[in-house]
Design a protein around this ligand. Structure first.
Ligand SMILES: NC(=O)c1ccc[n+]([C@@H]2O[C@H](COP(=O)([O-])OP(=O)(O)OC[C@H]3O[C@@H](n4cnc5c(N)ncnc54)[C@H](O)[C@@H]3O)[C@@H](O)[C@H]2O)c1
Length: 329
């Protein structure tokens, strides 16, 4: 019997993951542990909250005593760890919260799992969900591979890099069975509208200026959230212990291009004149330490686990926009 603790399950990616596991694996018990910060929203899980294989626990991952009790009480044998402070801008003004949740919170979970499993690691797994931002910034050429040296620049990416190192250290030191995936930028429903895509959609709908950092030429690779979930599903079930997988959508797009695509599609969907919302674009002072380009080589998961994203940016962004038009208040 699998009793899986998913941390951060009320957040953007976590809510999709919880829903997917509850619906697709009725024999697994899914325990969603989330402290419900501003980024967590249980409305994202309304469809599955009544299911018998689902339970929600409101708790902070940093509360080590409580985490130890929960692992024991729920007989947890797998952990998929997503709980984090996740917004780079907030990490620039409040780095302590990021170190606390992302570093100490991860350590709290690792230590609790190691002690509860007590060297009986058969059929146990600690899966750490991380970001490509740990690798730093690329020039116009090249891709991040699993062998790229860590070079984080923001307090957010530094805290995630540190948590990745702790996860690997628990594998190397105590043999804790771990896997890590480092994923590029996700987009899709359920994301708190402070992140670039939902923020731009919200502002265009409400005729508020769209703030673009610097010259807008920074490049990110974008992956539709459901494709991230299908990769997590494969890695959780099939990855070799101790491995790391890079995940990306092969969609390198500048912030300027994103603004233009969203304006074009929203002007059409909201029955505005073509190009009417272009005047909302407002260039603002660049983000401190703003990385220029992220791009991912996902060939390892493709060849080893046969993972392929199902969405291209065109259909993923359409689904995303339609969801926000319906759900943004
Ligand atoms: N969003 C992306 O593009 C992206 C890309 C790659 C990796 N990731 C990683 O995936 C994970 C999930 O990201 P997301 O975008 O869904 O984040 P999110 O901010 O939408 O959700 C984070 C969730 O964690 C919860 N949380 C925060 N601090 C907590 C604490 N101390 N104890 C318990 N719960 C806490 C929040 O309430 C929230 O529900 C993060 O670890 C992030 O680093 C995100």
């Amino acid at each position: 019997m699998k009793n899986i603790l998913i941390t951060g399950g009320a957040g953007f990616i976590g809510s999709h993951l919880v829903k997917f596991f509850v619906e697709n694996y009725p024999k697994y018990n899914i325990i969603n542990l989330d402290s419900l910060t501003y980024a967590g929203n249980l409305d994202n899980l309304k469809e599955i909250e009544h299911k018998s294989n689902y339970k929600f626990i409101q708790e902070d991952i940093c509360n080590h005593i409580k985490i130890k009790e929960i692992l024991k009480k729920e007989k947890i044998n797998s952990i998929i760890h997503l709980a984090a402070e996740s917004h780079v801008d907030r990490s620039i003004t409040d780095p302590f919260s990021f170190a606390k949740t992302n570093v100490l919170g991860t350590l709290s979970l690792l230590e609790a799992a190691k002690n509860y499993w007590n060297s009986d690691f058969k059929n146990k797994l600690f899966y750490h969900v991380s970001t490509d931002e740990v690798y730093g910034s690329l020039g116009s050429e090249g891709l991040f591979t699993e062998k790229t040296a860590y070079d984080p620049h923001s307090p957010y990416s530094a805290s995630k890099a540190s948590s990745d190192h702790f996860v690997r250290a628990f594998h190397d030191t105590y043999n804790l069975p771990i896997v890590i995936s480092n994923c590029s930028n996700n987009y899709g429903p359920n994301q708190y509208p402070e992140k670039l895509i939902p923020l731009f959609i919200n502002n265009i709908i409400n005729n508020i200026p769209i703030p673009i950092y610097g010259n807008g030429k920074n490049i990110r690779d974008w992956l539709y959230v459901e494709d991230h979930i299908s990769a997590i599903d494969l890695i959780f079930h099939k990855a070799k212990i101790g491995e790391t997988y890079n995940l990306g959508g092969n969609n390198e797009i500048t912030n300027n291009q994103i603004a233009n695509v969203l304006i074009e599609k929203l002007d059409q969907k909201l029955k505005r004149t073509k190009g009417e919302s272009l005047n909302l674009i407002k260039y603002v002072e660049d983000r401190l330490g703003h990385d220029m380009r992220y791009a991912i080589d996902s060939s390892k998961i493709k060849s080893e686990l046969n993972w392929f994203p199902k969405h291209n940016f065109e259909n993923g962004i359409d689904k995303t926009i339609d969801w926000y038009i319906k759900n943004l208040t």
